[in-house]
Each structure stands twice: as structure tokens, then as C-alpha cells.
Write a protein that binds this ligand. Structure first.
Ligand code: NAD
Ligand code: DAU
Length: 365
């Protein structure tokens, strides 16, 4: 089985490459443009594996992608290439439109051309697996409800709107041209190799640097946390065993408010790397201006993938977060160079609450 993983130098894509390469029956080609979020150091554990290779390319480059599909006899394309950070999408939506919408469109065109040229037996087993997000479903109230696969799309941010558009294109290429696709929509991932602009790694590293720990609004927004290695196992199942034309929700059954996530990280660090003078890491928490259009709550009902494909998460949030904190304590070689760069630790997309009509609509979180 030959896989093409796009975005394989990113946080989730690198976990998928590491996971797939552990199976000697698989061959994995990682296609990545290496934007600010792509990091080949995340592939170090497999960089010399016999069944792994890397190609620097843009999913928008149809000629380059077609050449790679043909040369490596690809059976399954897993599309993880994307701009992924909500705050950056507020600050500058253009690249999100380019990669997430136009890039997916070009990848669909290329894949369709490749798929049409395959012999019948390989045509039947070919899949394009598009990796999406729970954010396409929009905003849940604090007091109940969960996203199921049939929940109507209602994205709030430029990021989630671009992901929703790409999901629609993928389904259209299946319905209209017969391209065999599967989709998955997952909740917030966390774990090793997480880029430190996202909440969990940012808070761990700011705490170690004795810097403020920025909590948007009152910290009451709820996310449903999924350990990245559990997600990688789910993605392999969806790609290899998912029903063509179907989508699968993937979540960690771990809803937490942002404030509780930050406080738990502080408490873990108090035990592992105590601050000088008996001070507590919680004292570094700083409540800052909320994210515009900040969705209140996400919660995934993952019963379909559990029932149909036999997947369930192995980590609960406490065990996964402890593993994550320990990984960051032990792997400064990975995050040190990133933190030295200009963009690391920046908070993008700031805008006063009173300027944000979306906040009026949803109420203060
Ligand atoms: P990431 O930002 O860490 O990595 C994205 C990767 O895509 C990077 O390596 C980058 O270099 C590459 N890339 C960007 N534009 C490209 C292009 N035009 N061509 C080729 N490569 C390109 O993202 P992530 O957190 O690993 O997310 C991966 C996918 O999963 C995305 O589609 C994202 O929307 C989705 N997702 C992420 C989460 C999460 O919690 N991180 C949750 C749900 C869904
Ligand atoms: O839900 C899935 C999504 O999860 C993915 O589709 C995105 O690609 C991924 O980036 C992630 O999006 P979020 O916006 O939820 O992740 P982030 O880590 O940026 O923020 C998590 C929560 O923490 C969110 O409610 C905003 C808040 N936050 C974030 C940062 C960076 C803070 O309070 N302070 C911060 O400094």
C-alpha cells in the first residue's frame, strides 16, 4: 500500500507519517511545501526508514503532484496540507484561501486525472482521504449538544470557512466525477511536535520562560481534546477501511475549558519543574482580549468511527497532557529553534471585544 501524505511535515501529518512507517507493508511519501509550520525535524525518527521519502512541493502545483502520484504508484492520498491556525486566518485570510480552498481544488483535479488513468483493480482500491476539522460545524452552546456527521456546516472564522469550502469541493468531486473519497472531522489535537503558536505548547513553553500565559476572554470556551497519536490511528483506519463517500468524526471525549487546560499544565509543571521561591505557575496566567468570533464550545460525537471502524482513543486527557508536558521538557532540541524565531509566541488576530460583532451574537464566553 503506497500512501501520499500531504502536509506531512506539520503537527498531525508528521504523526501520521511516523505511525504509517511503523508498518513495513506501507510505503509513505510525504509531500510538504514547508511553510512556517512545516518542520522536517518532526520526521527525524523515520527520516532514514526504508519505506519513507520526502518531497518538497505545493499542493497547488498540479504538475509536481501528478509526477509524484505516478512515480510512487500511490494508492491512498491523505490530504493534511493546510493553513491551520485560526488567529493567523483572522490576521491574514489570503493564504487560507490559497492553500485550503484553491490547493484542495487543484489536488482534486490532479488526483482525478491520476485516478482515471489507473488500471481497474487499482482504481477500485484508490482513496483520497481529506482531513478536516470540527470547526466547520461552528458554535455549540455551553449547556449541551454534540457534533455528529450530519450536523449542518456553520463555520465562524476565515480558517473554518476555508476548511468547510474544501470539504464541499471534496464531496462534489465524489458525487460529480466519481472520485473515491473519504473525509474525517476531528477535534483539537495535542501532543508531541505541536507547533508552539497553539494553546497547549504555547502555555508550556511560556511557563518555562516565566512569560505570561495568555487566556482569551474569561477562559470559559470549551474544546474537546484528542491526543495526536490516537488521531493518527484513526486516520489510518478511515483511509484504509472507511466507506467511500462517508465522513467520520474523531474526538477524544475530553471536553475542557481553556482555563482548566492552562491550570492543569501549570499544576503539572509545579511538580516537574518547580519555580524558584515557591511561586506557582498559575500566577503567570493573564486574561487577554478575546479572539473575534470565538466559538464557545466544540464537542465531537465519535460513535460512528467507534461502531463502524472499531476506533477509540487510548489516552485520556490527564495521561495525554502529562505525556505532552514531559515530551516538551525532554525535547528542547525540537522547540528551541522555533521559539527563537520572530513569529513564535506572537498573538495574532487581536481585536477589542467591542469591535467584534461576532462576540455580540454569541455572548461573552
Ligand atoms: P500544521 O499547520 O501543523 O501543518 C500543516 C502542514 O501543511 C505544514 O507542514 C505545512 O508546511 C504544510 N502546507 C501548508 N500549505 C501547503 C501547501 N500549499 N502545499 C503543501 N504543503 C503545505 O497543521 P496540523 O495541525 O498538522 O493540521 C493538519 C490538518 O488537520 C489540517 O488540514 C487541519 O485543518 C486539520 N486539523 C487540525 C487540527 C488540530 O488540532 N491541529 C484539528 C482538526 C483538523
Ligand atoms: O477544533 C479543531 C481546531 O483546533 C483545528 O481545526 C485547528 O487547526 C487547530 O489550530 C485548533 O484550533 P483552535 O483555535 O481551537 O486552537 P488554538 O490552540 O489556537 O486555541 C485553543 C483554544 O485556546 C481556543 O479556544 C483559543 C484559546 N487560546 C488560544 C491561544 C493560542 C487562548 O486562550 N490563548 C492562546 O494564546
Amino acid at each position: 500500500m503506497n500512501f501520499l501524505v500531504t502536509g506531512g511535515a506539520g503537527f498531525i501529518g508528521s504523526a501520521v507519517c511516523r505511525h504509517l512507517c511503523a508498518n513495513p507493508a506501507y510505503r509513505v511519501t510525504n509531500l510538504d511545501k514547508l511553510t512556517y509550520a512545516g518542520n522536517l525535524a518532526s520526521l527525524r525518527p523515520i527520516e532514514n526508514a526504508h519505506n519513507y521519502r520526502f518531497e518538497q512541493a505545493d499542493i497547488c502545483d498540479e504538475r509536481a503532484v501528478l509526477d509524484i502520484l505516478r512515480r510512487d504508484d500511490i494508492d491512498i492520498v491523505m490530504n493534511l496540507a493546510a493553513e491551520s491556525h485560526v488567529d493567523r486566518s483572522i490576521d491574514g485570510p489570503g493564504t487560507f484561501i490559497e492553500t485550503n480552498i484553491v490547493g484542495t481544488y487543484r489536488l482534486l483535479n490532479t488526483t482525478l486525472e491520476y485516478w482515471r488513468g489507473l488500471p481497474e483493480d487499482r482504481k477500485t482500491r484508490f482513496r483520497l482521504h481529506h482531513i478536516s476539522t470540527d470547526e466547520v460545524f461552528g458554535d455549540l452552546p455551553f449547556d449541551g449538544g454534540m457534533f455528529v456527521e450530519e450536523t449542518p456546516y456553520a463555520p465562524s472564522s476565515p480558517y473554518s470557512a476555508s476548511k468547510a469550502a474544501s470539504d464541499h469541493l471534496v464531496r462534489a468531486w465524489h458525487e460529480t466525477y466519481g472520485l473515491p473519497v473519504v473525509l474525517s472531522n476531528c477535534s483539537n489535537n495535542y501532543g508531541p511536535y505541536h507547533f508552539p503558536e497553539k494553546l497547549i505548547p504555547l502555555v508550556i513553553l511560556n511557563a518555562l520562560d516565566e512569560k505570561p500565559l495568555p487566556v482569551y476572554g474569561a477562559g470559559a470556551n470549551v474544546r474537546d481534546w484528542l491526543f495526536v497519536e490516537d488521531h493518527a490511528r484513526a486516520l489510518e483506519l478511515v483511509a484504509t477501511k472507511g466507506q467511500v463517500g462517508e465522513s467520520y468524526n474523531v474526538g477524544g471525549n475530553s471536553e475542557r475549558t481553556n482555563l482548566s487546560v492552562v491550570e492543569t499544565i501549570c499544576d503539572l509543571l509545579d511538580l516537574r519543574r518547580p519555580r524558584a521561591g515557591g511561586k506557582r505557575y498559575r500566577d503567570l496566567i493573564s486574561f487577554v482580549t478575546d479572539r473575534p468570533g470565538h466559538d464557545r464550545r466544540y464537542a465531537i460525537d465519535a460513535s460512528k468511527i467507534s461502531r463502524d471502524l472499531g476506533w477509540s482513543p487510548k489516552e485520556n486527557f490527564d495521561s495525554g497532557l502529562a505525556r505532552t508536558v514531559d515530551w516538551f521538557l525532554d525535547n528542547k532540541w525540537w522547540w528551541g529553534p522555533i521559539r527563537e524565531q520572530r513569529y513564535a509566541g506572537e498573538r495574532l488576530g487581536q481585536s477589542p471585544v467591542e469591535d467584534s460583532p461576532a462576540e455580540d451574537r454569541k455572548g461573552a464566553a
